[in-house]
Design a protein around this ligand. Structure first.
Ligand code: NDP
Length: 462
C-alpha cells in the first residue's frame, strides 16, 4: 500500500498537463488531474484551435475576389458571425470530449475542480472540500492574457479570451500589441470586414522575427487596408454614451472603435496556487522557476508549459510533458530541447520560420550567406493580387549549415514544419542544393536558390 493517494497529481488540463497525465496513467500510474474550467487548455478552448478556425473564416472574402481571375463569378456573399461562433463552439466541445476521453481511457481520475497546494505532497480539491496526497505533482496551469491595470479605462478593453465570444462583430476594432496574437487577430478581424487598427509601441511588428518577415508582413497588411500605428501606445480609454470607445494615443491621435483588444503578452497562472505553502519558487513575472528537467525548487514537484514561461507554445508544453514522463517514470532523464523550434504566425500572408534570423546569425557567425527570393505566388498571377512571397535561408558560411529559414506567403506555416526538420537535422546548403525541386510549387524556391543574394560579414551586410 502506497503512502500516497496518487502517484501523480496534475494541476491543469491543458496541452502539457493532459499529455503527462494520459501517458503516466497509461503506464499504470495512479493519476489524478484537476481542471477548473475546460479540458484542452488555452490552445484548444481559447487559443490556437479556435483562432485557426477564425483565420479560415476570414480568408473567404479574398478567395471570392481571387476567383474572378479564374473565370468564376461569385454571387452575393454575406457573413454571419453567430453562425461562425456556434460552429466553432461545437468543434471545441468535440475536441474537449476527445481530451477527456483520452484521459479516462488511460485510467486517469478526472477532477473538475480548482486544485491548490496545501503542502509539499498534498493538494486541496477545492470543489470537493477534501485534500489528497501524491508522490509527484505536476503544475501545468498555463497562462492568461496580461492585463494592463495602468491604462485608464482598461476595464473597457477585451483580450483574446473575449474575442472568441463577442456577441456581435464590431464595426471597428483597435488592437494593442505587435506579437503573434495582435497580428493574427488584426488579420482575422480585417478579413471579416472590420475596420482594424493595430497600435504597436515598437518600431516594427513581431520583434524577434527576421526583419524581412516583419517588414514584408507589415507592408502586406497595410496594402490590405489594416492600419498599423507604430511607436504608439494607448494613454486612456473612455466609453461614450453610445457604447463606442474613444482611445487616446500617445501620438495625440484619437481612435473611435467598438472594441479595444489588448494582446500585450501572457502572464503565468500562479496566483492562489499555494506555491509558497509548498515551497515552490517563482520568478519576477510570477512564473514557476524550473531546472533543465522541469523540476521546481521542490524535488518531487515539476512544472511544464506556459506557467514556466520558457517558450509559450503548445508543442513545447507537450514536449516538456513527454520529457517529464521520461525523467520521472522511464528512468531516462530528458531535458526539453528548445533549439530550432519551428513556428508559424497565422497572419495573412502567413509567416513560417525556424532557426536564426539574419541579425541573430550575423552576431553569432563571422560570415553568413543570405539566400533570398521574392516573387509573386503563381496563384496570384491570374487572381491579380499583388501580394508577394519572401523566402530566405540563413547559412553559416564556415560550416555551410542552414541555421535559419524564413518564409512569408501562403502555406508558410506548413512549409515551416518540413523545413524545420532540415534545420533541426543541421543539414547544409549543399544538402538543400542536392534536393530535387517539387515543381511547380512555391516551396521549390527553398532548394533552388543556388547563389547567395548577399553576405553578412562581422555583422555587416557586404
Ligand atoms: P507576444 O509576447 O508575442 O507579444 C506581446 C506584444 O505586446 C509585443 O509586441 C510587446 O511589445 C507588446 N507589449 C507588451 N507590453 C505592452 C504594453 N504594456 N503596452 C503596449 N504593448 C505591450 O505576446 P502575445 O500576447 O501576442 O502572445 C503570447 C504568446 O502566445 C506568444 O509569445 C506566443 O508564444 C504564443 N502564441 C503563439 C501563436 C502561434 O504559434 N501562432 C499564436 C498566438 C500566441 P514589444 O515587442 O515592444 O515587447
Amino acid at each position: 500500500m502506497s503512502e500516497f493517494d496518487y502517484d501523480l497529481f496534475v494541476i491543469g488540463g491543458g496541452s502539457g498537463g493532459v499529455r503527462a497525465g494520459r501517458l503516466a496513467a497509461a503506464m499504470g500510474k495512479r493519476v489524478a488531474i484537476a481542471e477548473e474550467y475546460r479540458f484542452g487548455g488555452t490552445c484548444v478552448i481559447r487559443g490556437c484551435v479556435p483562432k485557426k478556425l477564425f483565420v479560415y473564416a476570414s480568408q473567404f472574402p479574398e478567395h471570392f475576389e481571387d476567383a474572378a481571375g479564374y473565370g468564376w463569378t461569385v454571387g452575393e456573399t454575406r457573413f454571419d458571425w453567430p453562425t461562425l461562433i456556434a460552429n466553432k463552439d461545437r468543434e471545441i466541445a468535440r475536441l474537449e470530449g476527445l481530451y477527456r476521453r483520452g484521459l479516462e481511457n488511460a485510467g486517469a481520475h478526472i477532477l473538475e475542480s480548482r486544485a491548490v497546494l496545501e503542502g509539499p505532497h498534498s493538494v486541496r480539491i477545492v470543489a470537493e472540500g477534501r485534500t489528497v496526497t501524491a508522490r509527484h505533482i505536476l503544475i501545468a496551469t498555463g497562462g492568461r492574457p496580461s492585463p494592463h491595470p495602468a491604462l485608464p479605462g482598461a476595464e473597457h478593453t477585451i483580450a483574446s479570451n473575449e474575442a472568441f465570444h463577442l456577441e456581435a462583430l464590431p464595426r471597428a476594432i483597435a488592437i494593442a500589441g505587435g506579437g503573434y496574437i495582435a497580428v493574427e487577430f488584426a488579420n482575422i478581424f480585417h478579413g471579416l470586414g472590420v475596420e482594424t487598427t493595430l497600435v504597436y509601441r515598437g518600431k516594427e511588428i513581431l520583434g524577434r522575427f527576421d526583419m524581412d518577415m516583419r517588414r514584408g508582413l507589415h507592408a502586406a497588411m497595410e496594402a490590405k487596408g489594416i492600419r498599423i500605428l507604430t511607436q504608439a501606445i494607448a494613454h486612456g480609454v473612455e466609453k461614450r454614451p453610445d457604447g463606442r470607445l474613444d482611445i487616446a494615443l500617445s501620438n495625440d491621435e484619437r481612435l473611435t472603435v467598438d472594441q479595444f483588444m489588448l494582446a500585450i503578452g501572457r502572464t503565468p497562472n500562479t496566483e492562489g496556487l499555494g506555491l509558497d505553502t509548498a515551497g515552490v519558487e517563482t520568478g519576477p513575472g510570477g512564473e514557476i522557476v524550473v531546472d533543465d528537467y522541469s523540476r521546481t525548487s521542490v524535488r518531487h514537484i515539476y512544472a511544464v508549459g506556459d506557467v514556466t514561461n520558457r517558450v509559450q507554445l503548445t508543442p513545447v508544453a507537450i514536449h516538456e510533458a513527454m520529457c517529464f514522463i521520461d525523467t520521472v517514470y522511464r528512468d531516462r532523464p530528458a531535458k526539453p530541447d528548445f533549439d530550432a523550434i519551428a513556428t508559424a504566425v497565422f497572419s495573412q500572408p502567413e509567416i513560417g520560420t525556424v532557426g536564426l534570423s539574419e541579425d541573430e546569425a550575423g552576431k553569432r557567425f563571422d560570415e553568413v550567406e543570405i539566400y533570398r527570393a521574392e516573387f509573386r505566388p503563381m496563384r496570384h498571377t491570374l487572381s491579380g493580387r499583388q501580394e508577394r512571397t519572401i523566402m530566405k535561408l540563413v547559412v553559416d558560411a564556415a560550416t555551410r549549415r542552414v541555421v535559419g529559414a524564413h518564409v512569408l506567403g501562403p502555406d508558410a506555416g506548413e512549409m515551416a514544419q518540413l523545413i524545420g526538420i532540415a534545420v533541426k537535422a543541421k543539414l547544409t546548403k549543399d544538402d538543400f542544393d542536392a534536393t530535387m525541386a517539387v515543381h511547380p510549387s512555391a516551396a521549390e524556391e527553398l532548394v533552388t536558390m543556388y547563389a547567395p543574394s548577399y553576405l553578412v560579414r562581422n555583422g555587416e551586410r557586404v
